[in-house]
Design a protein around this ligand. Structure first.
Ligand code: NDP
Length: 341
């Protein structure tokens, strides 16, 4: 690095109208300030691409503020310290960091996440199964699903880092697991993970296949997608079923309140009442008290091979937008990360 650090970065050029397009992003070079007291200069090695980033591109109320037009896209990274003006942080150390869609960043040391051990689990897992998405699965199963052995759990987006972890943890807990994904390749992968039934939500008779796959009904529906999967699940729920509402990716590109068709909200509320359903939305940070136990247990399961994971690694920052579009369309197969080396 020269004295004046620079970064290659992707900024939000404009807000999407529906599905994001290439023109919503701009790749640019930008100088970085030299790190001042308490700051570090980082080189991002891996960037995580996640569905929540679609929400950050829109204005409007949410659980987190939007990315400003012209600002670098937000994202978690695995980052290496190139320069340090912060006590206790040495050049060469690795951290989980809010490094953004860029090659380098200057950050206050206090915003850095956990220190990563290069001799431990593969670094990229800190963005997936051994990071936020894996913890999302673990914590919400623990706090909301309260799965009992022999119960039936259904989860879609089941080859992604959240869904695949949910499916495998549910098997470890003795549940019958019906896992749903798009396409034959993903279905075969789910079978290799040991789920009881793997279904393709794109099949013309998907709803009938799901009905046949849950002869005893559904006790836990882990909601990752919404849309036509939710429509197929609702009539199959058992009394006292639990629904952790984790994500509704099928509607992330919907504009405003455009929900064509009849208003089904009264019928849904009536079903929640009649069947005494627990429907609980959550954001992973709600359960941060469980992090230490997750870190310990998941490291153990990964080392023992009891939890498997799959990554979809894209090379080069310039390919991040297209990979992100693919995430919203099911083109990714496993945890989507961009390798920036
Ligand atoms: P994934 O890697 O699973 O990627 C998203 C997947 O969603 C796609 O690969 C695709 O898989 C599936 N999908 C996309 N559109 C549809 C559709 N219309 N119908 C059915 N499936 C669709 O992502 P993650 O594992 O990172 O995230 C999964 C979910 O969890 C997302 O909704 C995300 O927003 C949510 N999440 C929520 C958190 C929270 O704190 N509440 C934290 C982290 C994630 P396929 O090809 O199988 O259809």
């Amino acid at each position: 690095m020269a004295d004046q650090p620079t970064t290659t970065r992707i900024v939000l050029a404009s807000r999407p109208q529906g599905a994001p397009i290439a023109a919503n992003f701009r790749l640019e070079q930008s100088p970085l300030p030299a790190p001042t007291a308490g700051q570090v200069l980082l080189r991002n090695r891996y960037l995580s691409l996640d569905p929540y980033m679609r929400g950050r591109m829109d204005e409007g109320p949410s659980y987190a503020p939007p990315v400003a037009v012209g600002a670098v896209m937000e994202g978690q990274t695995v980052a290496e310290v190139l320069q340090s003006n912060a006590a206790g942080i040495a050049v060469g150390e690795l951290f989980l960091a809010p490094g953004g869609w860029q090659t380098h960043a200057v950050l206050d040391a206090q915003v850095l996440g956990r220190r990563l051990d290069p001799a431990g689990l593969p670094l990229s897992t800190a963005l997936g199964v051994y990071g936020m998405p894996g913890f999302t699965a673990y914590s919400s199963l623990h706090e909301i699903a309260r799965l009992q052995p022999g119960e039936t759990l259904v989860v879609a987006a089941a080859t992604g880092p959240v869904g695949a972890t949910v499916a495998q943890l549910a098997k470890l807990q003795g549940a019958r697991v019906v896992a749903i994904a798009g396409g034959d390749g993903k279905r075969a992968y789910l079978q290799s993970l040991g789920v009881d039934v793997a279904l393709d939500h794109r099949a013309a008779d998907f709803a009938a296949q799901l009905r046949a796959a849950v002869p005893d009904g559904i006790d836990v529906y882990f909601e990752n997608v919404g849309g036509h999967v939710l429509d197929a699940v609702l009539p199959l729920l058992n009394d006292f079923a639990r629904i952790p509402v984790c994500g509704t990716i099928a509607t992330y590109n919907a504009r405003g309140v455009e929900h064509p068709g009849p208003d089904r909200l009264p019928a849904l509320f009536s079903q929640i009442l009649r069947q005494r359903l627990t429907v609980r939305g959550f954001i992973v940070h709600d359960f941060s008290h469980l992090w230490p136990q997750f870190e310990r247990e998941m490291a153990h399961w990964l080392r023992e091979g009891r939890i498997q994971y799959r990554e979809d690694v894209v090379e080069g920052l310039q390919n991040a937008p297209d990979a992100f579009f693919g995430l919203l369309q099911g083109r990714n197969f496993g945890k989507l990360v961009v390798k920036l080396d």
